[in-house]
Design a protein around this ligand. Structure first.
Ligand SMILES: Nc1nc2c(ncn2[C@@H]2O[C@H](COP(=O)(O)OP(=O)(O)O)[C@@H](O)[C@H]2O)c(=O)[nH]1
Ligand SMILES: [Mg+2]
Ligand SMILES: [Zn+2]
Length: 370
């Protein structure tokens, strides 16, 4: 009986019918499945029904490295084989239900933040760096990946009740359809709300600039200081980069927390994210800015860029004050950025195509002279 009690259920790690049906389609009969908790230089910590394993990828045919996106990422469900001496081998990755991606550097590289996420918590602190526009950047990443966003406004102990009321008002006006919780890890304000919000077996990714309190919040959820947080310098009110890798944590299920306070969810901490690039989120932006998309239906031209065209429904709403000017300018900036990446990707593809042609020609030449 003891064994049955200790056995981890895959559902507790976030597994569900979506993954199971894909596993069956892929005929992974011989492998056990596990979930990637951490990735570090090509090695992965994977949790399966029988425990946690260090695992590496194999199967050249599977990981021909078409791009970084083909590799397992934190949150992925993988096929685990050859569990010897606590070491596993990853043979494949199950199709992702959702995926958070970002562009990084000036290069056209995409990085997976995390896979199979149910809710992206976008965290902002009320400190000196407070900036509402940042929310929209994260929201468009979430929307592009099919992930529901929610706002956490942290460090509310730093401002007066009046200031907080103003900020709440501002956030609610601008993002009225996004769930919103305000917290303090110092006074514990809002932490019960946060715990109640988190559902068992669902996965939550914590996004936000470094220093906003992501790791502190997760420590509170876990109930102990598991993750190192950084002492803030009084000079600029920003924590230093304390979290160095993405990591998944399983929250304890605590019935003792009382009525309505559930837990047992799965959370992913992130290292500070200095630049939030856009990854294929053109569509995400449109979803996010429903308001603008609706206004755009009144535009005279179908390909209206809403920047200078006559008969533009968006500009008209802006002039009437029906559309918030900040929201509009943020929309334009995000759109530009997304278009830039789209363009460079096309360019890259064209270059690849040219190179393919060159290789083919070269091979023909070689054949001729052999
Ligand atoms: N005043 C205040 N400071 C906080 C709060 N939460 C976190 N901090 C501090 O902010 C700094 C950065 O926190 P950390 O959790 O490392 O942020 P992360 O980079 O987002 O993971 C640390 O010094 C924390 O003690 C809060 O609610 N109020
Ligand atoms: Mg951290
Ligand atoms: Zn227009």
């Amino acid at each position: 009986m003891e064994e049955a009690v200790n056995k981890i259920k895959l559902e507790d790690l976030g597994y569900n019918d979506f993954f199971e049906s894909n596993r069956q389609k892929l005929k992974w009969g011989d492998f056990s499945v596990g979930r990637v908790m951490v990735e570090h230089r090509g090695a992965y910590k994977v949790k399966s029904a029988s425990g946690e394993y260090l695992a590496r990828i194999t199967g050249k045919q599977m990981f021909d490295a078409l791009s970084r996106e083909d590799y397992p990422a934190v949150g992925d469900w993988v096929a685990l084989g050859e569990l010897v001496g606590g070491q596993g081998v990853i043979h494949g990755v199950l199709p992702r239900k959702t995926c958070l991606k970002k562009k990084y550097g000036g290069k056209n590289e995409t990085q997976i933040i995390a896979a199979n996420i149910d809710v992206a918590f976008v965290i902002e602190s009320v400190g000196r760096d407070y900036n509402l526009n940042r929310f929209e950047r994260y929201f468009s990443i979430a929307a592009a990946g099919g992930v529901k966003p929610a706002i956490i406004l942290n460090k509310v102990d730093l401002i007066s009740k009046e200031d907080l009321a103003l900020k709440i008002e501002e956030i609610k006006n601008r993002f009225n359809d996004v769930d919103f919780i305000f917290t303090s890890t110092i006074t514990n304000e809002g932490l019960d709300e946060l715990k109640a919000y988190i559902e068992k077996d669902k996965t939550y990714c914590f996004l936000g600039s470094s220093g906003v309190g992501k790791s502190s919040l997760i420590n509170k959820l876990i109930g102990k200081d598991l993750i190192r947080t950084e002492q803030i310098s009084t000079f600029n009110d920003r924590g230093k980069h304390a979290t160095t890798s993405r990591e998944m944590y399983f929250l304890p299920a605590r019935r003792s927390l009382g009525e309505g306070v559930k837990s047992g969810g799965i959370v992913i901490d992130n290292p500070g994210m200095r630049e939030v690039g856009m990854a294929e989120s053109g569509e995400g932006i449109d979803k996010l800015f429903d308001e603008i998309t609706a206004l755009a239906e009144k535009c005279k031209f179908v390909d209206c860029t809403h920047t200078q065209e006559p008969g533009c429904g968006v500009l008209a709403a802006l002039a009437d004050g029906k559309l918030d000017a900040d929201k509009y300018s943020n929309y334009i900036n995000l759109k530009k950025e997304a278009e830039y990446y789209e363009m460079t990707r096309l360019k890259k593809r064209e270059k690849d195509r040219q190179f393919g042609k060159f290789v083919k020609k070269a091979k023909e030449q070689i054949k001729k002279y052999k």
